[in-house]
Design a binder for this molecule. Structure first.
Ligand SMILES: Cc1cc2nc3c(=O)[nH]c(=O)nc-3n(C[C@H](O)[C@H](O)[C@H](O)COP(=O)(O)O)c2cc1C
Ligand code: SF4
Length: 414
């Protein structure tokens, strides 16, 4: 299935003339022909939802950005991709960066923004030259800079490298880091779209979302909505990793079952059974093998307490221990918590202690109660999406693998 990844391996990802030869910038030209308002309607019609994890409707987001009036307005492409197990944005940048830049120009044109930034994670520094060269080529060809394609619209893009922090993928933390401060989220409201980078209206949008906008404008909304399911149209670019034979990036139409998607990665190594899968990144839900007939759609996954998130699927085999896995996830969050709010900063440390008790079978009924209370407190009282979603793997593991949470000295299960 190739819609967003249609250009993969069709050109070297660097040659702008080859990109143009593949009908590149026809999406932008169509947007200009239609005008900003009709283009926004087109994106709304496509049903596209943000691919960075928050799943916010993209058309509505651009519309809201357009309404903001200010001297300066920013479009920031979120290429932080700090979610473990997620590496699809890297491929979209590496293999088809012009599609991404074209998407940024379309969004900026619709939102009336003149300044763009690609916020790239530090670990992708090997792609910086590729990004900068591609921006310059677009400028040379008149797709960036002043008076783009004689429209009177001007737009520039620069590159900003993060310093290697997961939380900087959150909109406000990203703005803070670009302003030279520690990357920590701000309280809301006001929202990033109102007072983001340098306190100007800022539209933060994911690499895949931008790439999808270009593809939708190029191939047409109906070709996108024909894919997927009626309530969850289109395709999703998914990164599959873990104990599979062929880890990688796969584009799939929504509606496939998890089992079918994992089969694309040629099944589990060593002919073992699947033990469990984590969906959507480190803060994603964990499902047992018995749930693999679940369809990959926003609604179906939600019914299992899981979300599409960043589109990562990490597969564990039958020998993997769920508590070891959770400990690993917890270590990531302890390391990455920015420390600004108590529920996330302290909650993660308390979870680590409780997981140790479950592992050593010394947990009491009070510990189970504490485990649940801490998770609820983190979901409800954390300042940003990191602390609010971190409990998901811990909660879903408790729901689907209750045997692992047996109490000390007995097999009593709550
Ligand atoms: C802790 C944290 C990390 C995040 N990391 C990313 C990221 O690496 N990439 C991304 O696109 N969105 C990330 N997000 C979501 C962004 O805040 C934002 O919702 C997204 O970039 C908006 O783009 P979209 O509407 O295209 O999804 C993160 C959110 C949180 C709370
Ligand atoms: S939830 Fe965690 S990452 Fe977010 S502000 Fe609080 S401490 Fe920082």
């Amino acid at each position: 299935m190739k819609f967003i990844t249609a250009n993969f391996d069709q050109y070297d990802g660097k040659d702008i003339q080859a990109y143009i030869g593949l009908d590149g910038f026809s999406g932008l030209k169509k947007a200009i022909e239609m005008g900003p308002l009709a283009t926004i309607e087109e994106v709304k019609e496509s049903g596209l939802q943000g691919r960075g994890g928050a799943e916010y409707p993209t058309g509505r987001k651009i519309e809201q950005a357009r309404i903001e009036k200010a001297e300066r307005k920013f479009v920031i492409c979120n290429a932080d991709e700090g979610e473990p197990g997620t590496f699809k944005d890297r491929e979209l940048i590496k293999k088809d960066i012009y599609q991404l830049i074209e998407g940024m120009i379309i969004v900026a044109y619709c939102a009336n923004a003149n300044e763009g930034v690609i916020y790239c994670r530090e670990e992708y520094d090997w792609m910086h030259e590729h990004i900068c060269t591609s921006i310059l080529k677009c400028k040379e060809m008149g797709y960036l800079g002043d008076n783009i394609l004689d429209t009177g619209f001007s737009f520039e893009i620069s590159l900003f490298s993060g310093a290697g922090s997961y939380v900087c993928g959150e909109g406000f933390a990203m703005c803070e880091s670009m302003e030279g401060k520690s990357g920590r989220p701000r309280s809301k409201p006001p929202y990033v779209k109102q007072e983001g980078y340098l306190n100007y209206p800022t539209l933060v949008i994911n690499v895949e979302t931008l790439s999808a906008i270009t593809a939708i404008m190029k191939f047409g909304t109906s070709n996108f909505t024909d894919l997927g399911t009626p309530d969850c149209p289109g395709t999703k670019v998914i990164s599959i990793s873990g104990k599979v034979n062929k880890p990688g990036v796969y584009e799939v139409p929504f509606g496939k079952t998890l089992e079918e998607i994992i089969a694309l990665a040629e099944g589990v190594k060593g002919d073992k059974r699947i033990g469990f899968v984590q969906i959507g990144g480190a803060s994603g839900g964990i499902l047992p093998e018995s749930a693999l007939k679940t369809q990959f759609t926003y609604r179906e996954l939600k019914s299992k307490q899981v979300s599409v998130g960043s589109g990562a699927i990490v597969v564990a085999d039958e020998d993997d221990n769920i508590l070891d896995y959770l400990e690993n996830v917890g270590q990531f969050f302890i390391h990455e918590s920015c420390g600004k709010c108590v529920p996330c900063r302290e909650g993660n440390r308390q979870l680590e202690i409780l997981l140790g008790k479950f592992k050593h079978k010394t947990a009491t009924i009070d510990d189970v109660k504490m485990y649940k209370d801490i998770l609820d407190m983190m979901s409800e009282a954390s300042l940003c999406g990191s602390g609010r979603t971190e409990p998901v793997p811990f909660k879903t593991a408790f729901t689907y693998f209750e045997d692992a949470f047996a109490l000390g000295g007995s097999h009593e299960i709550l």
